[in-house]
Structures are given as structure tokens and as C-alpha cells.
Design a protein around this ligand. Sequence first.
Ligand code: HEC
Ligand code: HEC
Ligand code: HEC
Ligand code: HEC
Ligand code: HEC
Length: 420
Amino acid sequence: MNARSHNTVNAIRWIIVVLPIVTLATLLTSCVSGESEEDILAFLESHWSRPVAPQGEAPASFEAIESRLDAGSCGTCHSDQMRDWSGSQHSMAMSPGLLGQLLDMGADDRESRQACLRCHAPLAEQANELADFVSATLSAQGETTPDSGPQLFRQGMLCAACHVRDYQFYGPPRREDLPPLPSGKRVAHDGWISSGAFQDSRFCASCHQFQPDEGKLNGKLMENTYGEWKASRYAADGKSCQSCHMPDRRHLWRGIHDSATVREGVTIIAGEVFVLSDTLFGSLTLTNSGAGHNLPTYITPRIILEGVQLDSAGNEIEISRRWNWISWEASVNLDEEYQDTRLAPDESLSMDYSEPLDAQAASLRLQVRIEPDAFYTAFYRALLDGGFTDRGSDFIRRALEESISSHFTIFDTLVPIGSL
Ligand code: HEC
Ligand code: HEC
Ligand code: HEC
Ligand code: HEC
Ligand code: HEC
């Protein structure tokens, strides 16, 4: 073998062995540095065009575990993301409240189901499993279906919904502080294509923002989280959805269902409590000091500021109860707005307490309570009481219970009246 052919062999080896690594490395880095605004928009448009196409056959180079789409399989290698995601609302997006409504749509109405699945469980593989589940459940005629069988659709917003299309993996730019990927070795799932789109608030807007022609209540879009954020100082300061909801890239997505997150997002001030001419005065002021959009952003939660007098045994004196709600209240069929007291970033709302001092009163209790699913409680009750749910009623009953048990209190103080 002469020197020249040796070089050729080396060159070929270089192409076969090194090029894929270089290509991969280039994909990992260059996509990002060279990514323009148009590239990001084009990526988002194709990534989030729905229905998501079926993944098809996994490439022959994939190990069996790399070709599975369930979150547990990703979790065998990505345990941190798996742990965080499992505690998030995204993992619970195929909830009893949704399943009950999907069952009520009947077995054949794939299109109506898809209108919900595009945000709650967007993979084609999930839609197919769900179709089988709905048929099987409805033909079982009222027998409760055990939570066994296929699991993909039950995982709601699973990893692959955000990260996998046609068995090509996608993710954010690799962390710069990591040691380089081992050279010459294949990376699991043949690596991934990285895009800055994963760090852009518009990535989240694909499900957390309605288009201008979608559902409105009193002229306001029912889902306008991205729009609210865009108009806030957070957008101006470059603080994305991810920076609050995925700190250090963690897959937490904590929001109104998490008491620590809500507490950190608000400032509560209790005003002076005093008695004047037999009237008891006090106040509670809550400011949206840390949510990057309206507090709350949706019609579903209710934040209650409340004052009530207690007798010496600690019983609440019902007639003395006064409250104010921070929420967007509407009729259950969503055609009439009752009130909209949501707080844009940095806005405040007060509950001014001024009630006759009760003869039995020993103290004034001031509380801030959160009902994350308040709208759904009323909605599920209306479905059950009005007989609007039939096939899905077992699930709707469970959803009703869950919507009540999610309540919590973030502020609770007792001011003794004797000392005033
Ligand atoms: C056999 C182990 C294995 C399995 C299974 C696996 N991965 Fe990976 N994945 C890896 C390794 C290794 C890397 C490269 C990590 C690094 O950068 O050091 C990676 C990288 C990634 C990245 C890119 C991270 C970044 O920095 O942007 C994403 C996103 C990802 N995987 C998602 C998934 C998802 C989603 C699944 C399931 C559908 C999955 N992976 C299954 C091992 C695995
Ligand atoms: C494909 C759709 C989809 C995408 C993309 C998406 N989400 Fe979600 N998200 C949902 C759905 C559906 C829920 C409600 C799940 C449930 O409770 O059933 C949800 C719930 C949440 C919650 C929990 C709210 C609560 O009630 O406490 C937060 C926070 C959140 N998402 C933030 C984000 C952020 C940040 C991003 C972008 C990185 C994002 N989401 C991307 C569909 C999506
Ligand atoms: C544009 C994205 C989107 C679409 C489409 C969508 N949802 Fe949701 N859904 C969300 C988000 C975001 C939340 C979390 C905020 C909330 O509680 O309102 C949610 C919450 C819910 C909840 C309460 C939380 C839970 O999972 O129990 C139910 C029930 C629900 N959706 C049912 C449906 C049904 C039924 C459809 C179809 C008719 C549908 N959704 C379509 C985004 C969407
Ligand atoms: C709602 C969409 C969504 C879901 C669901 C999701 N991810 Fe991610 N993932 C993201 C986004 C967005 C980022 C980048 C966040 C950032 O850079 O701030 C990311 C980053 C990652 C990374 C890189 C982490 C790092 O520290 O560099 C890995 C690995 C990953 N995801 C794996 C997973 C796995 C495994 C699951 C399921 C257990 C999952 N993801 C579920 C949106 C999602
Ligand atoms: C400055 C931090 C911050 C930013 C930026 C931010 N959020 Fe939030 N988010 C919060 C806090 C705090 C809460 C809890 C209080 C509440 O529900 O408003 C929350 C709650 C939520 C909820 C719960 C539902 C509800 O009715 O409130 C969703 C969904 C959500 N955020 C999505 C997003 C999306 C999507 C973006 C980007 C467009 C975003 N957030 C930007 C801090 C932030």
C-alpha cells in the first residue's frame, strides 16, 4: 500500500468515523450560534404543527430502549428530568377531568378528541392508544376500567411530545460546563439537534396562548399567558417562561398548584387591626410581585382574601365573614363574565375589613386561600347535576373530588381583639 492510498483509506475512515462526530458536534453547537430569528420561528412552526405525525420505525442504529416513547424509558438515562417531570402538571395532563370529557365524546369522534389532545397528549401514538381505550371502555358498558393496559396516552405531556419528531431527537444547546461528549463513540439516540427555540417563551406559547380567532370571554382571549408576559417587564428584561418555571433547566413547571411557588410570586401585607365605634377594621393587600403574567393567568383558579371574627373557643362567627376574590369568574358554560379581578404584574388588590365587632369576638382571622381548580369544581358539578355526563361520569366524579382537595392556604394570622 503506497502512501497515497494509505492517505485515501485514512480519509475515508475520517469521513466515516470522524465526520459523523464532527457533524453531530456541529449540530450541537452551530445550530445555535448561527440561528436567526427566522430559523427559530420556522423551527417552532414545524415542531408544533399538529397533529404530530406518527414517529414511524426507529432507526436500525437505535437500541430497543432508545426507541421507546414512554417517559420511563427516557428516565432510565435521564433520571433528574424524570423525577421532576413526574411531579409536574405536565405528567398529569391526561387527568380524570379530561378523560371523562373525552369518553363523553363517544368512540368515533377522533376529531373532537384531537382538539384537546393537541395540548394534552399531542403524539399520534397517544391518540391511537386513546382511541382503543375509549372503544374498550365504552363497550365494557359501565364497568370501571382499571388503570392498566397501554400507558403512553396516560402520560399526557410526556418527554417525547416536546423532544422527539420522526425519531429525531431535539433539545436545547448542550450545557457549556459539561465535559465534551466522548469522541469516536455513538451518542444515545444518535444524538440530537439543538435549537435555541427550547429557551424561547414562544416554545410554551404553542399551548399556553390562544390564537386571535380562538375562544374569548367578554372580548378577552381565554388563554393569553404569552401575551400577558410579552406586555410585562419580564419580557423586556429577557426573563422567559423557562427562567421561572424551569430554573436551571429543571423540569418542574410549578404554578398555581404549588404553595411555595404561589407564595414566592406574591407579596401580602396585613394592615393594622383596630376598633372604632364598635366596628372592627383591618385589611389584607396582595400584590402580584413575581408572576410573569396575570395572577392567575387562567379562568380556573381563585385566590381568596378573607377576614372573619373568632369567638374565644376559636369558632368562626359566620355573620362577620368578609372576602374579596382575585380571579376571573364566569358562568360554567363560559358565555357570561361575572368579574375579572386578576392582577397584571405589579398590580395589587385589597380586602378592606370593616364589620360590627361581635359581642363574642376574641380575635380577627385574616387568611389568603388558593383554590387552583375553582372553575372546574363548579363545571364538574354542573356536568353531574345536569346529567350532561354519562359515559365519563366515573372520571368526572373523581375529578370533582380532586378539584376540591387541591385547596391550600398561603397566609393565616390571628389578631387578638382584647389587646386593641
Ligand atoms: C440509553 C440512554 C438514553 C435514553 C434511553 C435516552 N437518552 Fe437522551 N441522551 C442520552 C445521552 C447520553 C445524551 C447526551 C448527554 C450529554 O450531553 O452529555 C442524551 C441527550 C438528550 C437530549 C439533549 C440534551 C441537551 O443538552 O440538549 C435530550 C433532549 C434527550 N436526550 C431527550 C431524551 C428523551 C426525550 C428520551 C426518551 C424518548 C431519551 N432522551 C432517551 C441518553 C439517553
Ligand atoms: C403541547 C402543549 C404544551 C406545551 C408545549 C407546554 N405546556 Fe405547559 N401545560 C400544558 C397543559 C395541557 C397543562 C395542564 C396540565 C393539567 O393540569 O392537566 C400545562 C400546565 C403547565 C403548568 C402548570 C400550571 C398549574 O396549574 O400549576 C405550567 C407552570 C406550565 N404548563 C408551564 C409551561 C412552560 C413554561 C412551557 C414551555 C417550556 C410549557 N408549559 C409548554 C401544555 C403544554
Ligand atoms: C391550547 C391548548 C389547550 C387545548 C386545545 C385544550 N386544553 Fe385543557 N388545558 C390547557 C392548559 C394550559 C391547562 C391548565 C390551565 C388550566 O387549568 O386551565 C388545561 C387544563 C385543563 C383541565 C383541568 C386540569 C386537568 O387536567 O384536570 C381540563 C379538565 C381540560 N384542560 C380539558 C380540556 C378539554 C376537554 C379540551 C378539549 C375540548 C382541552 N382541555 C383543550 C390547555 C389546553
Ligand atoms: C413541555 C415540554 C417538555 C417536556 C414534556 C419535557 N421537556 Fe425536556 N426540555 C424542555 C425544554 C424547554 C428544555 C430547555 C430548558 C432550558 O434550556 O431552559 C428541556 C431540556 C431538556 C434536557 C437538557 C437538560 C440540561 O440540563 O441540559 C434534557 C436531557 C431533557 N429536556 C429531557 C427530558 C426528559 C427525559 C423528559 C421527560 C421525563 C422531558 N425532557 C420532558 C421541554 C420539555
Ligand atoms: C417572573 C416569573 C414568571 C414568568 C416569567 C412566568 N411565570 Fe408563569 N407563574 C409564575 C408564578 C409565580 C406562578 C404562580 C402564580 C400564578 O398562578 O399566577 C405562575 C403560574 C403559571 C401557570 C399556572 C396557571 C395560572 O392560572 O396561573 C401557568 C400555566 C404559567 N405560569 C405559565 C407560564 C408561561 C407559559 C410563561 C411564559 C409566557 C410564564 N408562565 C412566565 C411565575 C412566572
